[in-house]
Design a protein around this ligand. Sequence first.
Ligand code: ATP
Ligand code: MG
Length: 503
Amino acid sequence: MDAPAVDTPAIEMIDITKVFPGVVANDRVNLTVREGEIHALLGENGAGKSTLMSVLFGIYEADSGVIRIRGKEAVIRNPNDAIALRIGMVHQHFKLTPNFTVAENIVLGLERRNRFGNLDMAAAEQKTAELSAAYGLAVDPRSRIEDITVGMQQRVEILKILYRNADILIFDEPTAVLTPQEIDELLIIFNRLKAEGKTIIFITHKLKEIKAAADRCTVLRRGRTIDTVAVKDADTMELAEKMVGRAVNFKLDRKPAHPGGTVLRIEDLHVADSRGPYAVKGFSLEVRAGEVVGVAGVDGNGQSELAAAIYGLLPVKSGRILFKGRDITRRSIAERIKLGIAYVPDDRQKYGLALDFYLYESLMLKGYRQPPFAQNLIDQFDIRAENGPLTRTGDLSGGNQQKAIIARELSLDPELLIVSQPTRGLDVGAVEYIHTRILAERDKGRAILLISFELDEILGLCDRIAAISRGSIVGIVTAEEATERRIGAMMGGLASPEGRNYA
Ligand SMILES: Nc1ncnc2c1ncn2[C@@H]1O[C@H](COP(=O)(O)OP(=O)(O)OP(=O)(O)O)[C@@H](O)[C@H]1O
Ligand SMILES: [Mg+2]
């Protein structure tokens, strides 16, 4: 055998086509990834990014096309074939076992046994510790998955593929679940992996991240390759345009707010937490008609529990929730919906959608309306669903599932809208649309409570901003007073690096 030439690419995907019923998800796609580079994959929601990576990792088999790995043609029929080729993938929804330890999860499936036939956990823990030291992936091998933050869980996923000797690492939207701090850390980890000679492909919708970490970027649109560019020469506006096929407006047009009466009033709220005494502790806040109030904070400081309690998903220990002056603290979720409260949860797979339902059913879960209504929402929100209302919800791309939840909740025309991470996983065009819609709801006189880890989003949309830390409010500022630095200081001041901070 000839030794591969020095510049043999790590990956060549040539004319890859993958068809699902009703949709050509990849249409003769070409992707070349150089050995040792960080290669970003950019494209609007439904462009075919996850599908392409699933073909590379053997989750799907392409209908046609050729894959070469390190210069050699490869047939990748399943993930085991991919792993044998030293390819690893970190999925957007982690596949860890919550009540197992870090080390147990890492060796799951390839347990080494010692000479007595018992699991050799000591060896696994040692190798885990070595790998985490080598790549700066700080984790405690003995912690249980359920006790560590999302950012840590992601490190476990990375360790898991390194443990299997992967040197081509695929990440499908790794930053969508992370806080800004964790994102910075992940990008540092990427660079460390690259320095060790690893090749990285990562999918993201954030042009900032591409600029910060990637060497080259391939843009997909509607199943096709549009271009591959060197990131340092690329302008972010240009990239965005290539991706959505039109100019994108990054600057929101926000008119002054005209707040009316109080719609939501939270008084000294306490909500219990499964691990500590309180997730929400003495929280008070008001949201008036016609204003967007933001809750800014590091993940794990009680914001999910706060939203869930207002919607009725979590019981309140003490304190009150008032909706237009009425005490709803003990009301059922159904009653709250009837009163005019809508909720876009952050975990769309768990609380947001029934994946096995048709899209029209998902869009009407609460509205009980007619099918033309579903088509109308699909058009308005540009939900890319090849079989229209009859698409299975779970077959939608990640971002399109997110659009479906927002469409459904906004269609209820709620008086109070609670939105948690509304644009997570959305492409820049969709973000622009959702932000415009949220402001339109505000201008119609709706009260909006926005929970987001993204300061850009908070600063772009909110009229008032409350910073939350350890389940309590650290301070409230108006849009005029708010600067990135000030909010960052407020939310960061009391938080530990782990971000899980229940007193
Ligand atoms: N298992 C499946 N069955 C049917 N259609 C699918 C399936 N998986 C994906 N699709 C469709 O293929 C197209 C590409 O989807 P894909 O998930 O690859 O998009 P994506 O670029 O990853 O989007 P996003 O940014 O929203 O995650 C979409 O139209 C999607 O609905
Ligand atoms: Mg995807």
